[in-house]
Design a protein around this ligand. Structure first.
Ligand SMILES: *Cc1c(COP(=O)(O)O)cnc(C)c1O
Length: 358
């Protein structure tokens, strides 16, 4: 329990000063003339100092833990992560001069492990993604440290009503667009925290925008949403890094989700490749998951003769995944053929939604 106000004040000020030095991330407008009438936007979260949307979450989790007295000047910070959160938390731990240990599945992208170590953190690898929770709790006890527990606290550490959330940023950046209030915002769930923030903000602001959440294979969120069963688990870990979980995370708030879609992993990876070509730079696979759902929704809007806008997130850069999603051998071994999806995506790019996409 930290009651040292001097340390708390200094720690909060350091995090606030870091925020003050930061700019908001860009909202990119996509150029897809074949989808005429549907404007698609990507909030580019890859440009945060630590490379993903988890920069926002790590900032919120540290502020929450400091203000709750959970971490102090001597605390070792421990986190269960599939990688991105740990990179961002390692950054903030270093800013505060605290030791940091990330408990991650052993198949986590090497680039992420290198980045954690670059920021002075330590990677503690386990065999399966379902083991990260207990191992983090055990380590925290052993070292008298603090387990941050992003999967529990993501939804509540983020100030969703205020003017500094990703949801508020999206709506304010959309203000001068032809369709400023999006028909859909699409997000894929890891903690579920970003979806919770966006969904709550939409309701709080009385917008008519709907929230679509896109789940990968090897994840329980989709089934949990449809069965209302919070105890579902699955054995195999998600192959789409950053999203898809083996248990229903406490931060997943089903009540603010208007619709869920299950996206095949091959579609996610193919879309990440195709979108990377379109943008001229590589995006991660969860961005592919998001964008495949965006294209489904866009084509459904087209078929109903609707016009409007759809917003989604570019969650992280594909440069982190050169030895996985962007390695043809890895893809052939772990995901399978992308060709049918790549053909479908080219077709949409060139001729619009002639073929149904589902
Ligand atoms: C965490 C993460 C997500 C999902 O965001 P949540 O707010 O945790 O649901 C998507 N993509 C990537 C790359 C991530 O790291």
């Amino acid at each position: 329990m930290c009651k040292d106000h001097n340390w708390i004040n200094t720690a909060v000020r350091k995090i606030e000063a870091d925020f003050q030095r930061s700019a908001d991330t860009h909202l990119l407008k996509l150029d897809l003339p074949a989808l005429d009438g549907i404007d698609i936007y990507l909030k580019d979260e890859s440009t945060h100092p630590t490379g993903s949307l988890k920069h926002r979450l790590a900032r919120s989790l540290f502020l929450y833990a400091i203000c709750n007295g959970w971490i102090g000047p001597e605390t070792t910070v421990i986190e269960a992560s599939s990688g991105s959160t740990a990179v961002s938390e390692a950054y903030f731990a270093r800013l505060l001069g605290l030791p940091f240990i990330a408990v991650m599945p052993k198949n986590t992208a090497k680039k992420k492990i290198e980045q954690i170590e670059f920021y002075g953190g330590r990677a503690h690898l386990v065999d399966h993604s379902a083991q990260i929770y207990d191992e983090s709790r055990r380590l925290a006890q052993e070292l008298n440290g603090h387990y941050m527990d992003q999967f529990t606290y993501a939804e509540r550490a983020t100030d969703w009503r205020g003017n500094n959330s990703i949801a508020n940023a999206i709506f304010s950046q959309m203000k001068l667009e032809p369709h400023p209030e999006p028909q859909w915002i699409v997000m894929s769930p890891g903690t579920g925290g970003t979806s919770a923030t966006i969904g709550r903000y939409i309701r709080y602001q009385k917008f008519n925008t709907k929230l679509c959440v896109a789940d990968p294979e090897n994840s329980v969120f989709f089934d949990a949403y449809h069965t209302n069963d919070p105890h579902l688990t699955c054995q195999q870990g998600s192959k789409i890094e950053g999203i898809g979980r083996p248990r229903v995370e406490p931060s997943f708030i089903a009540g603010v989700v208007d619709e869920m879609r299950k996206i095949p992993d091959a579609a996610s990876v193919a879309t990440a490749h195709w979108l990377s070509e379109l943008l001229g730079r590589k995006v991660g696979a969860s961005t592919g998951t998001n964008f495949y759902a965006v294209l489904q929704l866009a084509c459904e809007m087209k078929s109903r003769g609707e016009t409007g806008s759809i917003v989604t997130l570019l969650c992280d850069s594909g440069e982190r995944y050169l030895d996985s999603y962007f390695d043809p051998n890895w893809v052939a071994e772990n995901i399978g053929s992308l060709t049918p999806y790549l053909n479908q995506l080219k077709e949409i790019e060139q001729h619009g939604c002639s073929a149904p996409i589902c």
